[in-house]
Design a protein around this ligand. Sequence first.
Ligand SMILES: Nc1ncnc2c1ncn2[C@@H]1O[C@H](COP(=O)(O)OP(=O)(O)OP(=O)(O)O)[C@@H](O)[C@H]1O
Length: 328
Amino acid sequence: MIEVHNIRKEFKTPVVKEGRFSGLRTLFTREYRTKEAVKGISFQVQPGEFVGYIGPNGAGKSTTIKMLTGILHPTSGHVTIRGMNPHKERRSVVNNLGVVFGQRSQLWWDLPVKDSYDILAKMYSVDVGDKERRLGQFAELLDLQAFWETPVRKLSLGQRMRADLAAAILHDPDVLFLDEPTIGLDVNAKRNIRHFLKLINEQFGKTILLTTHDMDDIEQLCNRVMVINNGELSYDGTVNSLRDTIGLPTVITVTFRGPFAIPEQFQRQGNPAVPIRVTSSLDNTVTIEVNRREMKTLDIFKELGRWGELDDIDMEDPDFEDVIHKVY
Ligand SMILES: Nc1ncnc2c1ncn2[C@@H]1O[C@H](COP(=O)(O)OP(=O)(O)OP(=O)(O)O)[C@@H](O)[C@H]1O
């Protein structure tokens, strides 16, 4: 569906001169600084995948998305979407592509929401029957009726995002690029948007590439995550194996039914030969940290069973937000 082969993007920016008349001298300068925003990225996205594309500010996410949508041309390497080049065959590619930028709307600011859909349907040659049918469906799923007649500029952020999502899929594209679709939304509005995205991915089979700084978006929606760092892909795989790769410990709290004894080798702090680290022991409750990459869950339970009779076990996997901080 989406094929990306070793794409690079260089930006050339004029070097700003210092001192008097610097603005004027910069205007006539011939000196440029080259910034390599994307440094040779390759990946493929299969039909129906929901992929998160994450990375710190300035990592190169937007630049990648712009190359995928054909807005920017790669300095080298190439991109195809359903076998087409998004730069050279822009019209055909765009017909099969929906894009949502959380920070700005593609709707007409002063027009009622419904008028924007009329314009978009004409632009994409969506026939009236299809338009009415799809809008009927989206109006229900995204609860658009409440602000159907309202000018876009008067919508709340959550309403605007719902209206924008409907606009992006009005022409029924197979592929969606979503750039921060939950930015600035409250918990409820985020939940609604995520619910809709999950539905169109799972039931309508849309292929989605999602850029976000919200790790809950990634955890709740994406079966795969790609991390870009300083222009390079530093990870491409499942959310769970990212957790394992980073190796933050799982915290396990064990309650013993009666007397228990922690073997001597586990009592020594920072013993690298032992995968289990006891962090506290109070009454009949012991808290340990263990890296699940180093020890299987069943083996952990077996080991704890040797210490005493188990009453209860509570496991807390590392927070995804913490995992991501480690990757960045
Ligand atoms: N048109 C441009 N001219 C010069 N440099 C640019 C241009 N666009 C982006 N850059 C630079 O390329 C790098 C990558 O920017 P990009 O916008 O792709 O990052 P990003 O990962 O989307 O960041 P954010 O999360 O902040 O949106 C940054 O250093 C940025 O300053």
